[in-house]
Design a protein around this ligand. Sequence first.
Ligand SMILES: *[C@@H]1O[C@H](CO)[C@@H](O)[C@H](O)[C@H]1NC(C)=O
Ligand SMILES: *[C@@H]1O[C@H](CO)[C@@H](O)[C@H](O)[C@H]1NC(C)=O
Ligand SMILES: *[C@@H]1O[C@H](CO)[C@@H](O)[C@H](O)[C@H]1NC(C)=O
Length: 196
Amino acid sequence: MKTIILLSTLLASALGTPVPQDGYCRPSRSTKIAKYDDLTWIEGNYNPIPPHYYGLSYTTFQVDSYDGFIPPTSWNQTAMAFGGSGNISVPDQPPKTSFALQSFSYACVAGIPQPECAISIWGWTVNGNIIKREIIFPRLDPGHVIEDFKMNKTRFGKEWTGLKSVGFSIAKKEDGGNMYGGLALDDVKYTITQGC
Ligand SMILES: *[C@@H]1O[C@H](CO)[C@@H](O)[C@H](O)[C@H]1NC(C)=O
Ligand SMILES: *[C@@H]1O[C@H](CO)[C@@H](O)[C@H](O)[C@H]1NC(C)=O
Ligand SMILES: *[C@@H]1O[C@H](CO)[C@@H](O)[C@H](O)[C@H]1NC(C)=O
């Protein structure tokens, strides 16, 4: 019996056909866009984003609903780090999982007027590298109609691949001082890779 299996395996590999056997696996990839609109939001409550939401887990970020200030990019909810800092990570299980960050919409939300806002973004890779990037959300002055306010969008290059975790924090661009505001994210697009 063993001989037959071995023989057929040898034969199959000789013919160049992949043979499914123990430990045989191809990495799988799937691209997702987290929009937060399918999550429950209750006014005045702590509204956490549940673990493994579209494959990622959030610390500090909550679900937030449109309150008439800066509209979400899609529908009426965003992810919001009320103190301006938080993390988005692949869960420990299943192992050998990483993600590539592709794009998102963002806004610093501190009210009118609010100063120019610097958002620091760190990426921690599975290989132990740290990548850093800073993006800006413009200052908002009084005298505008609400329609003038919108989330900004940014894309990420190939170096934002093989990530275990992405961290955020906001500060006043001018002097690094406290923004006294939150960081809203929407339509976060990424590709999760499940390794072998
Ligand atoms: C967001 O949309 C849902 C579904 O239509 C609705 O039930 C909810 O009231 C909306 N929330 C706000 C703050 O507009
Ligand atoms: C985000 O993750 C980094 C690295 O694991 C950690 O140092 C930092 O404290 C985390 N921040 C939050 C807000 O959880
Ligand atoms: C960025 O956000 C500001 C403030 O809401 C807005 O005026 C500006 O048009 C946005 N820029 C882009 C490229 O969306």
